[in-house]
Design a protein. Sequence first.
Length: 361
Amino acid sequence: MGVRRLSEVGRGCRAAAPRRFTPSWRAPRCGAALCCQEINSGRAGARPSSSPALGLTLLLALALLLTAGSAWSKRIYSYQDEQGVAHFSDRPPSDATGEVSEQLIKVDPKKLVFLREDGPDNDKRYSLWNGYGGPIEVLMRFEDSANVISEPVLPGTRVIPPQQHSLILQVQPLDLQRSWSYRWSYQYVPGDPAARPDPNAEYVLPFNPSLPLRVDQGFGGEYSHSDAHSFHAVDIAMDEGTPVRAARAGVVMAVENDFYGAGTNLAKFGDRANHIRILHSDGTMAVYAHLALESVIVGIGDRVRAGEQIARSGNTGFSSGPHLHFVIQRNSGGTLVSVPFAFTVDGQRIQPTQGKMLGGQ
Ligand SMILES: [Zn+2]
C-alpha cells in the first residue's frame, strides 16, 4: 500500500522588464509546483486473489511507490552548554552560552493524504485521510478487474471534507466461487468541483499597498502563464523578505515552507517552491508562491483575514529572481484551472496587466 506524491507540474514564469526604480534588477522567472497543477496521485492495487474457500493462496500486493526525488529541508541549530554537552534543536536556543552553528538538513516531504485498507479480501474497503485544510476530490478507476463489483462504480469520484478520514471505495467479488482480481488507482485534486467563483469577490493587494511593485507577468504571459492552471496568474516583482499578505479571507489549505534554493533548472527546482494555498468562501483557492524559507506564519486550518500577513516573499523553486507568483484556482472536474480576478485598491478594480505598477499610494 502506498501513496505517491507526483512531482507537481510546473512551468516557469517570467517578467518582461526591470522595475523602473531598480535599473540593474534582473527580470525574474518563476515556475513551480505551486505555480501550477498540484495534482497529486497515488496508486494502489490488489493483486489476484481467490476465494479462500477454494483453498488457494491469497495474494495481496499494493504497489508502494516511493516519493519522488526532491527533498525538503529543515534548519538545525547546534551549540554546547556550559558543561560542554552538545545540543541540537530546530529552534534557535535561548540559553546558549557559546557559539551557535546553523545548518540546513534535508527532511522527508510532508504528506497530507494517506490511504488505508480494511476488511477481508472478499470485502475490501479503502479509505483516505485528507490532511488538507479544505476539501479534496478523489478520482478513482480500475486499471484492470475481473469478477468484482465496487461501490462506487468505477471510474468514480468522492469529495472528502478537510481533516477527515472517509471511505472512498469498497470492492467485493461478484461470484465468490470464482477467482477475482483487480488493480485500481486514484489521484486527488484540491478543492470541491461544485465550487463556483463569486464574480463580486474582492482581492486586496497581497503586500503593503504603500509599496510600488510591478506586475512582471500577467494573465496569459507568454513565458509560462499559458497552461489552464496558471493562465490567470500574476508575477509581482518584490525583494526577498517583503511581507506577503492574504489578498482575500479564507482558510489555509496547505503550506510548503521548507524548501530552499532556486534556479532555472526545471527538473531540479520545478517542485521546490514554498507556497501557501488558501481556500475562499466560494470554494476558489489562492496560491502564493516562491515564499522565503521558513517564513510562513500560518498553518493548515488557520483562518486568515484579507490584508493579514501570512509569509515573506522569497525566491524558492524554479525562479531566477525574487517575486511573488499569485493565482486563483478552482477544481474544474478533476483538474485545477485558474480564475481571472482583479485587485481592488481604494474601491477601484485594477487589472493586473504586465508592466502595471501596483501600490505606491
Ligand atoms: Zn508565475
